[in-house]
Ligand binder design. Structure first.
Ligand SMILES: Cc1ncc(COP(=O)(O)O)c(C=O)c1O
Length: 450
């Protein structure tokens, strides 16, 4: 195995940074202007984290491609970090949204589309009842509230290095085995130790220890971790974890926001998970804001018994625009025409092609890295064997190397997901798009290894 020469990496990074600036004069000018009105020069603070001196400003996007304001074209393997896993602006969704927009966007009243969506979700995930929010964050927050309310327990349990959106309770980490605010946590309302238990993924003993105290309302979990690289569950892990949750009276909430990449019914359907609740956002409306959470018959009965008509608008579960006509129209068109079994078949094969291409180059250049795949999502991590938990995966992170590979790809027309090395396939992605990444990845490997 080779080791990366840091001096060489620094030199290559400098060269790529210069190339990026030279290639994007219009984005540079817009970024400069944005300093005067946008905090940090970006519409959202994490947009500063893109590789390169400034973010690329987008002119237009369709399917698996976008064009920036400098007229450069890109293969988009980031796809809005799953928000556009459907491909950008799929025709069926554009038409449905345009029609709905001309006929009323938000009314605080239901439209028939909501029924189609509820019925479709019921078939996909096997849970009978659904509610809608604007973000996956809210879907998770409201699921947690329901779990707390019906169990009358204060704590939630998450996995170390999880990400479930900007849910306060989940910004917790383990520091020498002790729960505390996760690094970078801005203004935590309380020390998350008060609200949260954190255990490592794939550790059943730790899970049982944490549940044993009978104060955990719910386990909020991605069936496979996706936000610290892809971490797959050990064989039998979920069957045992599901059993432990039942034994100790904690609800299991599956956050399928990213793991929907596994198939039309996410990991819940693929692996027969039987969660008590499930949250799913981002791609559900092809990027039109919308998300959902669903629950079992038992959860539905328990929460219905505790909610009273007079207070149902002030219980901390809501949002004026939640369940609006526009987002339901987008969800209906997405579920009916885009996130179909047929499209998933194509997307899964492409992710496998990505995996084989990148793995082949890793082997050829004796790089101590590996590639994991979950459905139509593939990701490389900088360690030889796939990590089994958040700690192992975080230990393998290499910020400098990651930035270099992202910038190298961007300069050659391929966008990877920022913050980790993830590539996502949409129905419009082609084998040629995947091979373009493999070629670039191979060129980068040669430069790093020589
Ligand atoms: C697993 C998971 N759940 C929930 C969310 C939150 O989604 P949103 O930011 O759209 O609320 C994210 C965001 O990345 C996520 O990765």
């Amino acid at each position: 195995m080779i080791t990366i020469d840091r001096k060489r990496l620094e030199k290559l990074q400098g060269r790529e940074e210069k190339r990026f600036i030279a290639d994007h004069p219009r984005s540079a000018a817009l970024y400069e202007r944005a300093q005067g009105s946008l905090l940090g020069g970006v519409p959202m603070n994490w947009m500063k984290k893109w590789a390169g001196a400034f973010p690329v400003f987008v002119a237009k996007a369709k399917g698996a491609h976008f064009t920036c304001v400098d007229g450069r074209e890109y293969v988009d393997l980031c796809l809005g970090d799953t928000g556009a896993m459907t491909g950008h602006s799929p025709d069926a969704v554009v038409q449905a949204v345009a029609k709905r927009a001309s006929e009323g966007i938000t009314l605080m009243l239901p439209t028939e589309d909501a029924l189609f969506v509820g019925e479709d979700l019921k078939k996909r995930f096997g849970l009978p009842y659904w509610q809608f929010t604007l973000t996956a964050t809210d879907a998770n927050r409201f699921s947690i509230r329901i779990a707390r309310e019906i169990t009358q327990r204060p704590k939630i349990l998450v996995f170390h290095y999880c990400y479930h959106g900007t849910v306060d309770e989940t910004f917790a980490g383990l520091h020498d085995g002790v729960v505390g605010p996760r690094r970078g946590n801005i203004g935590p309302p309380v020390n998350p130790q008060e609200t949260t238990r954190v255990v490592e993924f794939n550790d059943l003993n730790a899970l049982e220890e944490a549940l044993k105290q009978h104060d955990v309302a719910c386990i909020l979990a991605e069936p496979a971790m996706t936000n610290v690289g892809i971490i797959l569950p050990d064989p039998g892990y979920w069957k045992a974890a599901r059993e432990l949750a039942r034994r100790y009276g904690s609800l299991l909430i599956a956050d399928e926001t990213h793991t929907i990449c596994a198939g039309p019914g996410g990991c819940t359907a693929e692996w027969k998970l039987e969660p008590d609740m499930l949250a799913f956002g981002k791609a559900i409306g092809s990027g039109i804001p919308g998300a959902t959470y669903g629950c079992s018959e038992e959860v539905a009965q328990r929460i219905s018994a505790r909610m009273h008509l007079e207070d149902c608008d002030v219980g901390g579960i809501g949002g004026t625009l939640a369940g609006n006509a526009q987002s339901l129209a987008a969800m209906r068109a997405t579920l009916e025409h885009v996130l179909t079994a047929e499209n998933f078949e194509k997307m899964l094969a492409l992710a496998e092609r990505f995996n084989e291409g990148a793995s082949g180059e890793i082997k050829k250049h004796r790089l101590p890295w590996n590639v994991q795949r979950l459905g139509c999502r593939a990701e490389y991590t900088f360690c030889q064997r796939p990590p089994r938990n958040g700690r192992e995966s975080a230990a393998a992170a290499d910020f400098e190397l990651e930035r270099f590979l992202h910038l190298y790809a961007l300069n050659r027309g391929v966008l990877l997901t920022p913050f980790h090395n993830m590539a996502l396939m949409c129905p419009e992605t082609t084998a040629g798009d995947v091979d373009q990444h493999t070629r670039i990845f191979a060129e980068a490997a040669v430069e790093l290894a020589s």
